[in-house]
Design a protein around this ligand. Structure first.
Ligand code: GUN
Ligand code: ZN
Length: 436
């Protein structure tokens, strides 16, 4: 395949800007050429510099009025919950029993899983999300459906089968033995296959026996490069239940820790009610808290204290958590993250917001050598944003000639309408339909 290029302004983080948003961590080039070959970024430079040196055979996609960013990274989302989004009137434990478990039961049917995976990936791509860490259901075929669909689109995705051997309805339980055997077979089939990566996926401590948790810890030792994903400290009733089920542990997080499920490449959604010792432990072992603002608001879980986590050294990342969350858009997710911090007296800087949705997510997943920025050599997973996508955005972004202010306006007012195109491994995998 010959090289091709996108001509657009670029905006990305070259390092962690810190919560206050050090602008030196941000690179912005007005009217740049991003040259892509064999799925990777091979050059990024001002058009005036690079254009004269481009071969005549290089196709250039001219998007000069738009902003090209690294593809967004969503570190916590459930693909089987496409029909659970916007479910009324419940908090976590009722919400699981009333809406979520019945919806997940349907994924025993491979055809249902295939259709849901296709629908879900279309939603991610129309929102500019190119990598996600994804919960499947307890059914191994739900994982096969997901990775088959994500590989067909050339995506870098992390996913895993939920393990649940108690406190779940018939049709959604495995056993300590079958859950591990199925997980092992899925790791061998998918981890490192094409761009797929596998996550050992205990749903949460309440739905696994000690026997199953122990077996997952052993499996994690056997496959050190596999991910681990779960939920922790999301909701007060959930935490009280965990304390009843596991009275001998110091904290909810400590349950996972003692079973060997806390380490680098482990992703823990929510983390709202961790204490100082838990936060220090997350930092020591390199686990990432996935901050899920729309979910935390929608199911009434609580306000995540981002500043506390960052100052404890946590590598925080950002999750949509659909179907608890209410949008696949990482722009909207950031907009709600901003409001949650405002309620706690902290203004999330646009630079740190950009970091959370891109390089910060990549670092949290130990994938920053491949994705998360637009440095030469990275995989060309990109999102093209249109600052004039709606009349309101056009008016607001015309006010100031500042790319971070433009990004802030887009995370406050934007969603899938602001995503003009999405690229995975350099290939265009979504282009917004425009009505003329
Ligand atoms: N805790 C256990 N399962 C779930 C889930 O599916 N969503 C959320 N938000 N929390 C959970
Ligand atoms: Zn979740």
């Amino acid at each position: 395949m010959t090289a091709h290029a996108i001509r657009a302004s670029i905006l990305h983080c070259v390092r962690d800007p810190g919560l206050a948003g050090d602008r030196c961590a941000i690179e912005h080039i007005r009217d740049a050429i991003t040259l892509i070959d064999n799925g990777r970024i091979v050059a990024v430079a001002p058009a005036a510099t690079l254009l004269p040196n481009l071969g005549a055979d290089v196709l250039i996609d001219d998007q000069r009025d738009k902003l090209l960013l690294p593809g967004f990274i969503d570190t916590h989302v459930h693909y089987p919950q496409v029909d659970v989004i916007a479910s009324y009137g419940a908090q976590l434990l009722d919400w699981l029993n009333t809406y979520t478990f019945p919806a997940e039961t349907q994924f025993a049917d491979r055809a249902h899983a295939d259709a849901a995976a296709t629908f879900f990936l279309d939603r991610l791509l129309e929102n500019g999300t190119t990598t996600a860490s994804v919960f499947c259901t307890v059914h191994p075929q739900s994982v096969d459906a997901f990775f088959s669909a994500s590989e067909a689109r050339g995506l870098r995705m992390i996913a895993g089968k939920c393990l649940m051997d108690r406190h779940a309805p018939d049709g959604l339980r495995d056993t300590a033995t079958t859950g591990i055997a199925e997980t092992r077979a899925l790791i061998e089939r998918w981890h490192g296959h094409a761009r797929s990566l596998y996550a050992i996926t205990p749903r949460f401590a309440a739905t696994s026996t000690r026997e199953q948790l122990k077996a997952m810890g052993q499996l994690a030792l056997e496959f050190p490069s596999a991910y681990i994903q779960s939920h922790v400290a999301e909701n007060k009733a959930e935490i009280a239940w965990i304390a009843e089920l596991f009275p001998e542990y110091r904290s909810y997080l400590d349950v996972y820790d003692q079973f060997g499920l806390l380490r680098d490449r482990s992703i823990y959604a929510h983390c709202i009610y961790l204490d100082d010792a838990d936060r220090a432990r997350m930092t020591d072992c390199g686990a990432t808290p996935a901050f899920c603002p729309t979910s935390n608001l929608f199911i009434g879980s609580g306000l995540y204290n981002l500043a506390q986590a960052v100052s404890a050294g946590n590598r925080v990342s950002l999750g949509s958590d659909v179907g608890g969350g209410t949008s696949y858009s990482m722009l909207r997710t950031l907009g709600e993250a901003y409001k949650i911090q405002q309620l706690q007296g902290v203004s999330l800087s646009p630079a740190y917001a950009l970091y959370l949705a891109t390089l910060g997510g990549a670092r949290a997943l130990s994938l920053d050598d491949r994705i998360g920025s637009m440095c030469v050599g990275k995989e060309a997973d990109l999102v093209l944003l249109d600052p004039a996508a709606t009349p309101l955005l056009a008016r607001r972004t015309a006010l100031r000639d500042d790319p971070l202010d433009t990004f802030f306006a887009m995370m406050t007012l934007g969603d899938d309408r602001a995503v003009a195109a999405t690229y995975a491994g350099g290939q265009c995998v979504h282009r917004k339909m425009t009505v003329t």
